[in-house]
Design a binder for this molecule. Structure first.
Ligand SMILES: Cc1cc2nc3c(=O)[nH]c(=O)nc-3n(C[C@H](O)[C@H](O)[C@H](O)COP(=O)(O)OP(=O)(O)OC[C@H]3O[C@@H](n4cnc5c(N)ncnc54)[C@H](O)[C@@H]3O)c2cc1C
Length: 530
């Protein structure tokens, strides 16, 4: 017997959230992580040069801010070394014709930026935020609990202050919402760029809310990031787990989950060790890999068929740089550093990027780019006066000759993207680059097996893979067909991103099943005894 009540497979932030609640509720927890460090897609590494702390994956921690975990400070993470920084400007978007739009934390100042293009669009922005205020409570409540059947979601939507109009918005494409609300081409590109930041193709049905939630979230919380790097979220959670007597082991890839009499009983790691779970096993191993670990014969055909149908989501291409100075982005009246800058020329360019993506072509003509310089607000991430810089674009995992082609072409693709972005800054040149590291979509999968086929959000958030249907209809409540085995993380509702919502939702179901509750876990933040 290993003496643990709950064994957690994977130490991404979602499993650590669940483990922290469980540890606070008094359960003996063991977390096993395959990689040499915790955090999964919310980790940090010196990818380029010593002293340069990069976020290999997530940098922005926006979605977790609306999670009751943060909103109500349920675990007191601020007392465990987690401190958030709120950049101002939120982000800037230079265009090739010399125009620019900047989102500032001050709403009036953002509206003044939009009014330079169109006064009606500035007013439309205020209306969009006001409309989101009428929808936010319902959407946040929906995301912060196990999914409900579609008819219940529709009925609840009709009860919100926007009623039928909200239902129409939910079913619409975000591109249509942006076109009907905004007139100017630059303004439309600006909002499409933000709405796209969780990688839902905005021309697909049921993306309408993206045009509200992502925009409003940035206006409210900025491009919020943890001081010191993304790993400070998992580290704070790990401190809570260890303070409560839990154990976290790294470099422990799980190769088998034992099932006896229909019940998950233990896990086996690649080094031959076996860890028994007295009460439950909670996994963030990708759903595509779980059958191989538990044995397909232990899964009902309906579950396996659902997993077989599972589709990846859009994939990213990322280059990290150590820089001698921060890029200065061109705006209409000056050149300025900005933690976040965006590039998207127009809605037409966006649609061309999606077309290229869907046909497995690398279209670098007018790419969608996210440029991050966290050191503008957080000098602790680099040696004095130096900077970390991250360029993210959205390119397909599958290429005509197979994903392995990426190893041959990635550095050329990376250089081309750098040159494209250099046109939007006054000083960005190769002379500033002290070190670099490129991750193609294939590299992102190699980095973390949960990034199946490069998917950074578990898989598509299409209607067939959302809410009640995520990951498989009938098993969207974090339970799996195997008693005692729970599925957590980006493959579950409400999907990927640093939201911690799958983790907290899973904790709610798990703790209830084990005769405890979130309330028990959060009743006394300082001392919850067994
Ligand atoms: C390049 C990139 C940029 C991103 N940027 C952002 C951003 O700025 N903001 C944002 O909100 N989101 C961003 N995301 C998405 C976000 O990071 C993820 O959706 C989220 O972190 C997923 O968290 P998770 O806990 O569900 O899973 P993960 O973080 O993927 O954790 C799963 C863990 O399980 C481990 N594991 C898997 N298989 C095994 C096994 N067999 N045995 C043991 N351990 C195993 C993995 O090593 C990993 O540590 C980005 C993702 C990428 C890749």
């Amino acid at each position: 017997m290993s003496g643990y009540d709950i064994v957690f497979a994977g130490a991404g932030h979602n499993n650590l959230v669940t483990a922290a609640y469980a540890a606070r509720a008094g359960f003996r927890v063991l977390v096993l992580e395959g990689a040499p460090r915790i955090g999964g897609n919310t980790t940090c590494e010196e990818l380029t040069l010593p002293g340069y702390i990069h976020d290999p994956c997530a940098t922005a921690h926006n979605l977790i801010q609306s999670n009751p975990l943060m909103r109500n400070n349920e675990l007191g993470l601020d007392r465990y070394g987690l401190k958030y920084l709120y950049p101002d400007p939120v982000f800037t978007m230079p265009f090739l014709d010399g125009a620019s739009i900047t989102m500032w934390r001050d709403l009036d100042r953002t509206c003044a930026e939009l009014a330079r293009f169109s006064q009606p669009d500035a007013s439309a922005y205020r209306e969009l935020l006001a409309d989101w205020d009428k929808m936010a409570a319902g959407v946040n409540a929906e995301r912060a609990s196990a999914p409900r059947p579609p008819e219940e979601v529709d009925a609840a939507t009709r009860q919100t202050p926007l009623g039928e109009e909200m239902l129409r918005i939910r079913r619409a494409t975000a591109v249509d919402i942006i076109k009907e609300r905004f007139r100017d081409d630059h303004v439309r590109a600006f909002f499409a760029w933000i709405a796209f930041m969780t990688l839902h193709p905005l021309d697909e049905p049921e993306t309408g809310l993206m045009a509200f939630s992502l925009v409003a979230g940035r206006q409210r919380f900025s491009w919020i990031l943890p001081e010191g790097g993304s790993i400070h979220l998992p580290m704070a959670l790990a401190r809570i787990i260890e303070e409560k007597g839990g154990t976290i082991l790294t470099s422990k890839p799980i190769v088998r989950i034992a099932v006896e009499g229909g019940h998950a009983t233990s896990v086996e790691t690649a080094d031959g060790a076996t860890y028994e779970a007295g009460r439950a096993i909670v996994s963030t191993i990708h759903v595509k890999q779980i059958g191989g670990l538990v044995g397909e014969e232990n899964l009902p055909a309906a579950y396996s068929a659902g997993v077989d149908r599972w589709e990846p989501n859009l994939t990213m291409f990322v280059t990290h740089y150590a820089m001698s100075e921060a890029p200065l982005f061109k705006t209409h009246d000056r050149a300025m550093p900005s933690v976040t800058a965006g590039a998207l020329e127009s809605l037409e360019a966006y649609e061309a990027v999606l077309r290229g993506y869907r046909s497995g072509r690398i279209d670098l003509n007018e790419p969608v780019v996210l440029a991050l310089t966290p050191t503008v607000i957080d000098p602790s991430r680099a040696p004095a006066g130096r900077h970390t810089f991250k360029l993210v674009s959205f390119l397909p995992y599958e290429l005509a000759g197979g994903p392995e082609q990426w190893d041959r072409i990635k550095s050329d693709v990376s250089n081309q993207l750098f040159d494209k972005v250099a046109r939007l800054a006054t000083n960005l040149s190769r002379d500033m680059v002290l070190g670099e590291h490129v991750d193609s979509p294939l590299d992102l999968e190699r980095r973390n097996p949960a990034n199946w086929r490069g998917s950074c959000h578990g898989g598509a958030n299409s209607p067939a893979q959302s809410g009640w249907f995520r990951p498989v209809e009938g098993w969207s409540d974090y339970r799996t067909p195997i008693a005692g085995l729970y599925q957590n993380g980006a493959c579950t509702h409400p999907g990927g991103s640093v939201s911690g919502l799958p983790g907290r939702n899973c904790a709610e179901v798990l703790l209830r099943d084990l005769g405890s509750s979130l309330e028990a876990a959060t009743a006394n933040k300082d001392a919850v005894e067994r």
